[in-house]
Write a protein that binds this ligand. Sequence first.
Ligand SMILES: [Fe+2]
Ligand SMILES: [Fe+2]
Length: 397
Amino acid sequence: MQRELAQRLDISLKDDAKTFKRLKFNFKKNKHQDHTELLDQAGSDFKYSDCKDEFWNPEKFSLLYGTPLWDQASKSERVLLNQLYWVGYYSQIISAEIATIYFNQTAAAGLYGIEDFRLVCETLDFESMQERAHIEAFKIVSEEVEKEVFGKRIFTYPMRPYFSETMIFQNTNFFKRLWKRFQLQSYGLLSSSNAFIACQYLSVRGLRTLNGKIVQHQLSEFYEQADDKENAPIPSKISYYHFMDESYHFNSSNIIGTDLLKMLKKPTAFEKRIATMGIEGTLKDHSHFTSTVNGIFWYEPATFNAIYKVLRSRIFKLNHQDAIHMMELCFCQENQGMNESFKTHQIALESYKNYLQEIDYLNDAAKDGGKMRSTSIESHLKSNKKALNSFKRKIYA
Ligand SMILES: [Fe+2]
Ligand SMILES: [Fe+2]
């Protein structure tokens, strides 16, 4: 860096002209194509009654698709299962994006201490603004569906702080939640005051986005391929607009989390440890899969209560015995839906492994997929059987 006056650090974002240019181009394109207004409009135009008889996603993106419930469902029940996939999927995305907004801000704070990093910070600020619009649109649709269909919450939740478990259905308890909260708050503090950890947050974000990219691309195609786009169901438009914004977020994660990271001085042992923990934590969070929402890596037993409510609702009208029996068929016996969800998990694992190869400081176990590797159909069935037995006892009590 050539400067007239001495600076605290001898690096500047402008030292790497190629990366600076790529980042600038990505930011400019994202601002130009920004879907915030369209998403706001979609949210305010949404009326469940206008699209309650239509699919909102490609058919295979339906709640419990390919399971015995799906096989036995009538046409109208399948439509609802398709819509509930949307509600469940984007309820999870809301939680992830609440955390993203905060960590975008702490990362920007951590990076602003380096010369000429204004462009990175403004990119992150702009993306946070977009995430707020995404959250609002997802929330309007999801809450209205649950209010109309069930009269109560199933997958949705009131707005929550960033330090809650990111996975809304997680293998957790009071102490694990406290520990997670402590980890997330500490990570926020560290990333806001350390450029390496700030930059590395974007590697974690890129990893998490990879999973989103696999599914959201397919969800967005429903609108993209619709013959009558104007009258397509609003939730399908939201999926499309969201994916358009997110493709730029994925680019910026890559540029900041890999190319910019290389500009910074080599990490200390402490920085490496924190960065590794961030990656290992993501691999652990994604170490389960569920047939309920193919492509979201929830801990399936944590979804039992929600599914039980759906089966007992006025739509499926199952009595207690039949609802439990259906859950045994869907969750405790191998079926097509389970196999397809597992397949998505394995596709994600492979793409994560490719992505992680580029990260120098990471240990081999994490590069090889960490905790995600221990998942199998057998382990999934075993944990579901045990959990369903205790769920049955609890629900009787
Ligand atoms: Fe988003
Ligand atoms: Fe995003």
